[in-house]
Design a protein around this ligand. Structure first.
Ligand SMILES: C[S@@+](CC[C@H](N)C(=O)[O-])C[C@H]1O[C@@H](n2cnc3c(N)ncnc32)[C@H](O)[C@@H]1O
Length: 218
């Protein structure tokens, strides 16, 4: 159920293109947890951050039905590239159709599998991508693994590059008193605490939707 604040934000932000609305609709019809999708306001913000930062290369961990990937890719210039990682291969057809409709399939390379394992293997020279450099990264997968994703992604980000992490407030659980002991909350608390103290980056946490961290590599 959309809150009145969320409705107001949506109604006063730029409208998504038809292809993005199609992905959102299909996600609602065809998946179990459609609320995982970023949605129009966060999607527009991702696109804008990519555009403002002048990013040409991007990485995404956790693509789901391809909504945020399409937003990031729409912000990239012609010839830009997004490496999108998703563990659930059943979502591939839906993702690819949405990207085709949005006219961004040529910019996106989909990597199916566990992002942490794939990136760790690549870092060891597995598929020659140890030299990859990204201008922009979006982390939105398994909350227990955020710190692991961060440590894998940060070395791949160019100085001045942006890393955006979703769901960092986790419905307020990360600052509840007492903080619940479940593994997902613990993963996000560890991630937020680590980033706040990490001298390699500057960060700001925004209370948009379930919390969004905007992290800039120095
Ligand atoms: C919150 S959803 C992503 C939503 C998407 N970024 C969007 O905004 O539309 C999280 C996704 O991460 C995927 N995921 C979970 N663990 C993963 C992993 N280890 N590697 C890659 N993807 C993973 C899930 O299958 C799910 O589709």
């Amino acid at each position: 159920m959309e809150s009145s604040l969320d409705r107001y934000l949506r109604e006063h932000s730029s409208r998504p293109c038809e292809a993005l609305s199609w992905i959102e609709k299909q996600t609602n019809i065809r998946t179990k947890y459609p609320q995982m999708l970023s949605g129009p306001v966060q999607g527009e913000l991702l696109k804008m951050l990519v555009q403002i930062s002048g990013a040409e290369t991007a990485l995404e961990i956790g693509s789901f039905t391809g909504y945020s990937s399409a937003c990031i890719a729409l912000g990239l210039p012609e010839g830009g590239r997004l490496d999108a990682y998703e563990i659930n291969d059943e979502l591939e057809d839906l993702m690819r159709e949405g990207w085709e409709r949005a006219g961004v399939s040529g910019k996106i390379r989909l990597h199916l599998g566990d992002a942490a394992e794939l990136l760790a293997a690549e870092a060891c020279g597995g598929s020659g991508s140890g030299t990859r450099r990204y201008d922009f990264a979006f982390i939105d997968a398994n909350k227990r693994e955020y710190l692991r994703y961060y440590e894998l992604v940060l070395p791949l980000l160019r100085p001045g590059g942006l890393l955006v992490a979703d769901d960092v407030l986790w419905d307020g659980k990360v600052y509840a008193d007492p903080v619940p002991h479940d593994a997902q909350t613990a993963g996000l608390v560890a991630f937020n605490d680590f980033v706040a103290a990490d001298p390699r980056v500057e960060a700001v946490v925004l209370p948009l939707r379930d919390g969004l961290s905007i992290i800039r590599k120095k």
